[in-house]
Every structure is written in structure tokens, then in C-alpha cells.
Design a protein around this ligand. Structure first.
Ligand code: ATP
Ligand code: MG
Length: 359
């Protein structure tokens, strides 16, 4: 085959706080990997979804934000939030949550992987012992906003909130998770449930897991109630390969998982629209970290690793793998580490070290 190679268009949004410091390091490493593996990338930079933009314009994003970034192949996002100046419900709901909803990013994806040279809070665990993915349903379930409050401020006060599961919503996240499991060597999927206590929606979830599993005869699957599942994350992290959960259960597991693998500064995530009708967002798990912003000491590895997830999502597996290997080697050599990992390297030095490792 001949013809022009595809050039990916990436929307870059640094946002607030350390987002502005780690994004340039992520781009440095992505560019090194792209150059080495012949991937053509074009970056468009945007200053919205930040407190600075809000201060000037009275809103987090321009009215035509969807036209500005909706046609890009992916969005590379730093962090949003500056609680001293603007409440989180305005900054988050005015940016990231809008992306999730309007770009139908129904799968939230986080790796849980113990990296060499990073101490795990789980005693005795070595790299290789912990290596799985958490897949969270991102659009419905327990976070439905369906419900209400009656007889407020009386003895009869009555409050409800419903869990909403649709067949479309449940099946599409399960399909995404089974596909991921099928692509991995262990081919193992674990479903988070609580059908012994939540008697209508969770048995439905279990039923759909069973139905979906029939399409993936090579994938071994099991299920655990969320209470014992969280215990097993800590006691037996080596049991897992792909773990899928509803919006609430997935939320809990996707924080617990990375916590088992050391610092929040290295964990990446994707908010994914698997069909590719809209761009997916790749961002570190950490926030804008106002307490250390402006000092140049943030760990850029969560941002860099998010870049590897983005390249993988775009289908550029070699470039993605080169970044993950470079992160492993940089962390493993222990010579250059940011303060959260007990070293004294700054953000830029760490980014440059990973970029050189890629080259
Ligand atoms: P969110 O914005 O998701 O609500 P948060 O504001 O509660 O999160 P973070 O901004 O993630 O929390 O910061 C939590 C703590 O972790 C802070 O003390 C911060 O300094 C530290 N931290 C977060 N990210 C990094 C990083 N990349 N490098 C070093 N320390 C970090
Ligand atoms: Mg915050």
C-alpha cells in the first residue's frame, strides 16, 4: 500500500496547576516516541477548561467548544480545578464532565500496575505481581440524579436516589471489558457485583455479564461482591486481569487499585468513547495539586503514561509500548526521581530522562 500516512490531530488542554507543568513533559515524551516509530502527530493547544480562562470569560469553556475539539482524534488533558478561586462543581462540571457526557465516554479505564522501583504499600509485592486493568462504567448506574427529597425538615423526611441501568449501557461496557480481557494473555475477567444486597439492579448486571460471556468462550470470568472484592485487591492483587464495575463500584475500585501501586503521581487514565465517534480524553489520575503547583516538582509520569494510553488507543502500539518501557526503566534505575518518590529531581529533568530512554 502507498499513500499519505495518517496524521493524528490531538487537542492539548493543560488546565490548572501542575497540569500546566506536566503536559509539556508528556508531549516531550510522546514526540520522542512518535519520531522513533514513525507516527505523525499534530497538536492544537487550548487554554480553556482552566481557572485562567474562567477569570477572563466567566465560564470554563467557549460556547463552541464542541466544534473546537470534537473532531480531534484524542484530547490530552492535564488537570482541572482551583478550589481556592472556584468551586470544583463549577470547574469540573463545566469541563471534564461535559466531555464525558457529550462525547459519550462511557468507559473509564485505569491500569493498576506495580512499577519497578516504586514501593507498594502492600508488603512483599514485586513488579509482575500486580498488573491489571479497572474498567468503570462512566455514564449511568448509581450516579443517575433520579430521585428526590420529600417532606424536608420534618420527621417524615424521605430521600431516594435510583440506580439506572439500561441494557445498552450495561452491555456496551461489558463488551468493552470482555474485548480487553480477550486481548490479554491471561484472558480473565472479574465482575464487581452486590446482588446479595442490591436486589434488582445488581442481579440484572450479573445476568448481562453471563449473557456477554457466551460471546467470549476463551475468556474465563468470575464475580465477587464489592465488599470482598476490595479486600482481595489488597490481599490478592495477583488474582486479577480485567475488573469491570458499575459507575459507583468502578469509581471505588479505580481509586483503590492505583493506591495499591504506590504514588498517585504515576497513575494514568482514559475516558474512552470506544466507537471513535468522538474523541477520548487521556489524563493523569491526580488533580491540579495546588499545594505544589508552580514549584516545578510535580511527578510527570502519570501524564506521560497517559500519553502511552492515548497512542495505544489510536492503534500505535509500538510507540505506546516504547513509552511504558521507558517509564519502567527510568523508575527502575532509581537514579532520577521526583520528590513524591523520595528523590529531588524536578519535573523537567524527569520528563527529559524518560524521553531520552525512549530515544
Ligand atoms: P482531584 O483534583 O482529583 O479532586 P485533589 O485535588 O484532591 O484531586 P490532587 O490534586 O491529586 O488531589 O493532589 C493530592 C495530593 O497528591 C497533593 O498533596 C498533591 O501535592 C499530591 N500530588 C498529586 N499529583 C502529584 C504529582 N504528579 N506529583 C507529586 N505529587 C502529586
Ligand atoms: Mg482537586
Amino acid at each position: 500500500m502507498s499513500g499519505a500516512k495518517k496524521q493524528y490531530r490531538i487537542a492539548v488542554i493543560p488546565g490548572d496547576g501542575i497540569g500546566k507543568e506536566v503536559v509539556p513533559e508528556g508531549l516531550r515524551v510522546i514526540e520522542a516516541a512518535a519520531k522513533k516509530h514513525g507516527v505523525a502527530l499534530h497538536f492544537d493547544h487550548f487554554d480553556f477548561a482552566s481557572y485562567d480562562y474562567y477569570e477572563k470569560h466567566g465560564q470554563m469553556m467557549p460556547d463552541d467548544w464542541k466544534e473546537k475539539i470534537g473532531k480531534h482524534d484524542a484530547i490530552y488533558f492535564g488537570a482541572v480545578g482551583w478550589p481556592a478561586k472556584i468551586p470544583d462543581h463549577i470547574s469540573l462540571w463545566g469541563s471534564l464532565i461535559k466531555f464525558r457526557r457529550e462525547f459519550d465516554q462511557y468507559a473509564n479505564l485505569r491500569p493498576v500496575r506495580l512499577m519497578p522501583g516504586v514501593p507498594s504499600p502492600l508488603v512483599g509485592r514485586k513488579p509482575g505481581d500486580i498488573d491489571f486493568w479497572v474498567v468503570r462504567e462512566n455514564t449511568e448506574g448509581e450516579y443517575s440524579s433520579v430521585g428526590g427529597r420529600m417532606f424536608p425538615d420534618t420527621d417524615r423526611e424521605f430521600v431516594t436516589q435510583q440506580t439506572v441501568m439500561t441494557r445498552t449501557g450495561v452491555d456496551r461496557i461489558l463488551k468493552f471489558a470482555f474485548e480487553l480481557a480477550a486481548s490479554r494473555p491471561k484472558k480473565h475477567l472479574t465482575s464487581a457485583t452486590k446482588s446479595n444486597g442490591i436486589s434488582i439492579t445488581m442481579p440484572y448486571w450479573d445476568e448481562r455479564v453471563e449473557a456477554m460471556a457466551r460471546n467470549y468462550p476463551k475468556v474465563k470470568w468470575d464475580k465477587y461482591h464489592i465488599d470482598i472484592l476490595t479486600a482481595n485487591f489488597v490481599l490478592h492483587p495477583d488474582w486479577f486481569d480485567v475488573v469491570v464495575g458499575s459507575n459507583l463500584f468502578g469509581d471505588i475500585l479505580s481509586d483503590l487499585g492505583p493506591a495499591c501501586t504506590g504514588t498517585i503521581g504515576i497513575a494514568p487514565s482514559g475516558n474512552i468513547n470506544p466507537e471513535g465517534d468522538y474523541p477520548s480524553v487521556f489524563e493523569p489520575v491526580h488533580g491540579s495539586a495546588p499545594d505544589i503547583a508552580g514549584q516545578g516538582i510535580a511527578n510527570p509520569i502519570g501524564m506521560i503514561w497517559s500519553g502511552a494510553m492515548m497512542l495505544e488507543h489510536l492503534g500505535e502500539k509500538d510507540a505506546a509500548a516504547a513509552i511504558v518501557t521507558a517509564i519502567e526503566r527510568t523508575l527502575g534505575e532509581r537514579t532520577l526521581r521526583t520528590r513524591d518518590l523520595g528523590g529531588n529531581a524536578d519535573t523537567t529533568a524527569c520528563g527529559k530522562a524518560v524521553a531520552e530512554m525512549v530515544e
